[in-house]
Design a protein around this ligand. Structure first.
Ligand code: SF4
Length: 380
């Protein structure tokens, strides 16, 4: 068992080797020692409270080191269910914790380390549930396909959920199972455009939600920052590199168009979910990659595929919501058992769930409808 000083040195070396350029100045020896100290207390409390810590790819490197599992939101939720976790502390954003609660049900206690508005998401804030309900009235029998990065209320009024990995397959299946019906894809317009094109479906059949709500565009504000110019600049600097593009990126639809036009060579640009990026990087003959997704993923790619080189597409591709997770908050959450996501007997509106500094609610009826939409995806 390494001593505290040995672990602090090990983290100092590791974080600066794989993430020094991503978070300049963050990992001093002193900070690594504080993190190592807190991690001891976190492990002790987690063991006492039978908690399994899981962390999203986009979190700071220290979370990658202490989590039992690192991944995307659906993968982590299914992992927690299959592992039969008694309690999970889900280090991510609030809606991901809620998805884990839907999937694990009453068997698992699910905690997040801060309030839902703090651990927010521009996609969730930018979704107008009432607009979608009105769309259904205008399109009787219409089918709603919703990206998993959405809240429980949105999932509850959806027919199918999809991820960035399976979006085209789910969209095709939804259209085939509902001939003659219009389909609305929401809330991320970039993912919607790319998916519709990849599935070979027309605008007449698939409409994309493209609205503003409460000051947010209906897209991931982090991926929206990735534009074609930043990709071109990186490709000029690294002409041998392959492009790994998350389909939520602001450049994704333009890139897809340019690939189809032959402007970007077909074998150079790949539209991939975060987990697919790892698989692709391992098996590709390429030695260098420009990665268009949140910077947190670069640490995981560099650590798990150390023989290859990964460049972030731009410095500013950082999610401030994800980065609200800190060891200090996790420690407090474990010490004080807050904030737990619980099912309530429909005491509140799922669009504005009851929240205080200890719990936040998922109305049970909305939870059942949301889970039915997730199950339809899992069955495809
Ligand atoms: S990266 Fe984008 S989709 Fe993910 S939590 Fe942040 S804002 Fe939301």
């Amino acid at each position: 068992m390494p001593t505290l000083t040995e672990r602090a040195s090990e983290w100092y070396e590791l974080f600066n080797r794989y993430a020094g350029d991503l978070y300049p100045g963050r990992y001093t020896l002193e900070r690594c020692r504080e993190l190592a100290e807190m991690s001891d207390r976190i492990s002790e409390l987690a063991a006492r409270k039978q908690s399994t810590i899981i962390a999203h790819n986009y979190l700071y490197p220290e979370f990658h080191e202490i989590a039992a599992q690192v991944g995307d939101s659906l993968g982590l939720s299914l992992w927690a269910r299959d592992a039969g976790a008694v309690r999970v502390d889900f280090e991510s954003v609030y809606f991901m914790g809620a998805t884990a609660k839907l999937i694990t049900g009453d068997d698992t206690r699910v905690f997040v380390c801060d309030a839902p508005r703090v651990l927010g998401c521009s996609l969730v804030f930018g979704t107008d549930h009432r607009w979608v309900e009105k769309w259904r009235e205008r399109n009787p029998g219409g089918i709603v396909v919703t990206y998993i990065n959405s809240d429980v209320a949105m999932k509850a009024i959806s027919d199918y959920i999809c991820t960035s990995r399976n979006a085209a397959a789910v969209l095709k299946a939804a259209v085939e199972a509902n001939p003659g019906k219009r389909v609305l894809m929401c809330p991320d317009k970039y993912l919607g455009w790319v998916t519709r094109a990849m599935a070979g479906l027309s605008e007449e059949v698939v409409e994309i939600y493209e609205h503003h709500f409460s000051g947010f565009h209906a897209c991931c504000y982090v991926h929206e920052k990735v534009n074609p110019a930043s990709l071109d600049r990186m490709l000029d600097e690294h002409p041998e590199a392959e492009l790994l593009i998350h389909p939520e990126c602001g450049c994704a639809s333009t890139c897809l168009f340019r690939v189809q036009n032959g402007e970007i060579p077909h074998q150079k640009a790949y539209f991939l979910s975060t987990e697919q990026m790892l698989w692709h990087a391992r098996k590709s003959p390429a030695k260098e990659f420009v990665v268009a997704t949140e910077k947190g993923m670069i640490y995981r790619l560099r650590k798990e595929v150390p023989e290859k080189v990964f460049y972030p597409v731009a410095d500013e591709v950082v999610c401030d919501f994800m980065k609200q997770n800190t060891f200090e908050k996790l420690l407090r959450s474990l010490e004080e058992d807050r904030i737990e996501i619980i099912f309530c007997d429909d005491c509140c509106d799922p669009r504005e769930p009851y929240t205080d500094d200890r719990v936040t609610h998922i109305p049970r009826s909305a939870g059942r409808l949301a889970m039915a939409a997730i199950d339809r995806m899992l069955a495809i």
